[in-house]
Design a protein around this ligand. Sequence first.
Ligand SMILES: C[S@@+](CC[C@H](N)C(=O)[O-])C[C@H]1O[C@@H](n2cnc3c(N)ncnc32)[C@H](O)[C@@H]1O
Ligand SMILES: [Zn+2]
Length: 281
Amino acid sequence: MTQQQHIWMCPVCQQALRLVDRQFLCAEGHSFDVAREGYVNLVLAHQRSSSQAGDPPDSLRQRRLFLEAGYYEALANRVIEMVTSHLEGHVLDVGCGEGYLLRRLQTAAVAQGGNDAQPTRVAQFHGVDISREGVRMGARMSEAIAFAVGNAYRLPVQADSVRLCLVMMAPREGAEIQRVLAADGILLCVTPGEGHLANFRKLVYNDARPHTPVEVPAGFHVVSEEPVSFPLNLTSKESVSQLLEMTPYKWHMDPETYQRVRGVESLTDTADFTVQLLRRA
Ligand SMILES: C[S@@+](CC[C@H](N)C(=O)[O-])C[C@H]1O[C@@H](n2cnc3c(N)ncnc32)[C@H](O)[C@@H]1O
Ligand SMILES: [Zn+2]
């Protein structure tokens, strides 16, 4: 973790945390060690429902392989275009997984040159996920991004501190995002569109139905909304398996269906997302 300003908040007393050596401290004296990989765990033991809350490690590893192979690059590129004028101040990705989108955004911000040429526009990137393994993987890969284990329903983030909040295929808790987002801040949400992975879902479900639109988070209004759709051509058993392991569909299938899908050699499908920019109402 590089020296940077932080937005983290003490999960015990809700006061700001500051970094002293390798510990985050609040004014009340609660302390949270920075792990070897550079992240901090801000979920209290009694608030954790299981030691492996969120996506399990293998699912995150498969997700990383799939994303790094570029299958959702068109989505990442469009998201970067949409937020490029908002890349200043603190950026927070809620449910960041292993940090794919944050890495892409941070690289884009550096490539823009804004960080050196216009110091006032420096963006600082933060990711929160309930999965410790996701956060660990993210922190290992990028020192320039601050990662914390945290709950989207109880964000360990100071009020009004975030200029740009991202939620990509992860839980959106309107009240919490409203609390942490600055009054002029912007929220970008990526949710599955109606046709998302329609062919893949036919492999999994007998009665595959279209995705239903996700509700606008409470306390926000939509500034703009657009579909981002592109073909997905998976030409190996490995890539079909990666998709299987990283999606929630896995949890809804019986062992026979699971084995059958794992044996599928290729898949032609459509990735279909809805991307919304929202502001506080
Ligand atoms: C489908 S993955 C998306 C990950 C990432 N946003 C991406 O697009 O690559 C959903 C993520 O939400 C996280 N998650 C689930 N429940 C959560 C919660 N209550 N608080 C924070 N993260 C949560 C999971 O651990 C997982 O990493
Ligand atoms: Zn405290």
